[in-house]
Write a protein that binds this ligand. Structure first.
Ligand SMILES: C[S@@+](CC[C@H](N)C(=O)[O-])C[C@H]1O[C@@H](n2cnc3c(N)ncnc32)[C@H](O)[C@@H]1O
Length: 276
C-alpha cells in the first residue's frame, strides 16, 4: 500500500468533539493514499482524520445540521466567523446568555458563531440536546478551550472549501454518493442498547438497528468498488461486522461520558475491506 503523503498532512480539527478520533489518526491514516479518487465521511463530527489528510476532493456529512452549517460558514468567510466568535466574552455568565438564544431566530452566520463559541466553552466539548432539541451542556469552567487562532480558522476553511457538505442520515448519504475508487471513513457513535427511548432525547445517537444498517452500507460500499475503514468500540454489537470483514484491535485513550475519572484506555476495532 502507498503510504500517506506526509507533505499533505497539515491540520488538526477546529472543534472539540466527544468521540473525536484524534488519538487514532496515525493508525487510520495508514489506510489512506493519494490514489483514492475522493474522501467520504458520513459521520463527520470534528473530522479529525479529514483535517489530518487534507484530501483534494471530499464529501462530508453529519446528521447534526448546525455542525454542517457551521462548516459552510467557515468555508465562506473564516475571518468574519473568527471575529464573531472572539467578540463574545468567555465568562460563565455570557456562556449561559449565548446558550439561551434560540438558534431559529439567528442568521446562519450568527448560528455558526454560537455553535463554535458553545463548543469551545462547554463542558468537555460535548454536544447534547434536551427533549426540545435545545443545547443543554453546562459551562466548561477551567476546562473551556480557548478559541483557535485566525490562522487555524483559515487553514480549516481552506480544507473544508474543497468538500461537498450534507446533513443526511448516513445510509442516504452513502447510497447517493459512493462511487468506485472512493475512500469512506465511518466513525459512528457507539450504539445505545435501547435507541428508541434514547432517540426521543437525542437524534444524534446510534442504536442496535443502526449497526445492521451500517453492515448493509459496508456491503454497498464494497459492491460499488470503493474502500471503507470503520472505527468502533470492541463490543457485542459490532461482532457480526467483525465476523464478516475481520478487524484489527487498537487501544486508545477514551473519554467515557466526558468525565475525567472515566478516562481510560478503551479497545477499539478497525474494520476495512482494504487488503493490507
Ligand atoms: C463519533 S462521532 C464522529 C467523530 C469524528 N470521527 C471525529 O473525529 O470527530 C459520530 C458523529 O455521527 C453523527 N451521527 C449520529 N447519528 C448519525 C446518523 N444516523 N447519520 C449521520 N450522522 C450521524 C453525530 O452527530 C456525530 O457527529
Amino acid at each position: 500500500m502507498t503510504k500517506p503523503d506526509v507533505r499533505k498532512i497539515k491540520s488538526g480539527p477546529l472543534l472539540r468533539w466527544a468521540g473525536s478520533k484524534q488519538r487514532l489518526v496515525p493508525r487510520l491514516a495508514e489506510y489512506w493514499n493519494t490514489s483514492f479518487k475522493r474522501y467520504l465521511e458520513p459521520f463527520t463530527g470534528s473530522a479529525a482524520l479529514f483535517f489530518h489528510l487534507d484530501p483534494k476532493r471530499a464529501c462530508l456529512n453529519d446528521i447534526n445540521e448546525q455542525l454542517i452549517e457551521c462548516y459552510e460558514e467557515l468555508a465562506n468567510d473564516p475571518d468574519a466567523l473568527h471575529r464573531r466568535v472572539t467578540a463574545i466574552s468567555s465568562t460563565e455568565e455570557k456562556y449561559y446568555v449565548i446558550r439561551a438564544l434560540d438558534p431559529k431566530v439567528l442568521t446562519s452566520a450568527e448560528r455558526a458563531a454560537r455553535f463554535i463559541y458553545l463548543n469551545r466553552h462547554c463542558f468537555n466539548g460535548i454536544y447534547r440536546t434536551n427533549s426540545d432539541g435545545k443545547f443543554n451542556v453546562p459551562y466548561g469552567a477551567a476546562k473551556a478551550g480557548a478559541v483557535p487562532t485566525i490562522e487555524k480558522f483559515r487553514d480549516c476553511a481552506r480544507a473544508i472549501a474543497r468538500a461537498q457538505l450534507t446533513s443526511l442520515d448516513f445510509d442516504t448519504f452513502l447510497k447517493k454518493n459512493v462511487k468506485s475508487g472512493d475512500f469512506v471513513y465511518l466513525d459512528p457513535p457507539y450504539a445505545v442498547a435501547n435507541r428508541r427511548i434514547f432517540r426521543q432525547y437525542d437524534k444524534h445517537s446510534f442504536g442496535i438497528e443502526d449497526v445492521e444498517r451500517l453492515q448493509n452500507c459496508l456491503e454497498l460500499i464494497d459492491s460499488r468498488g470503493a474502500s471503507f475503514v470503520v472505527s468502533y468500540a470492541l463490543s457485542a454489537e459490532i461482532k457480526p461486522i467483525v465476523q464478516q470483514w475481520g478487524a484489527r484491535r487498537v487501544t486508545a485513550q477514551r473519554n467515557v461520558a466526558g468525565f475525567a475519572e472515566h478516562r481510560r484506555k478503551a479497545v477499539e476495532v478497525i474494520i476495512t475491506n482494504i487488503k493490507e
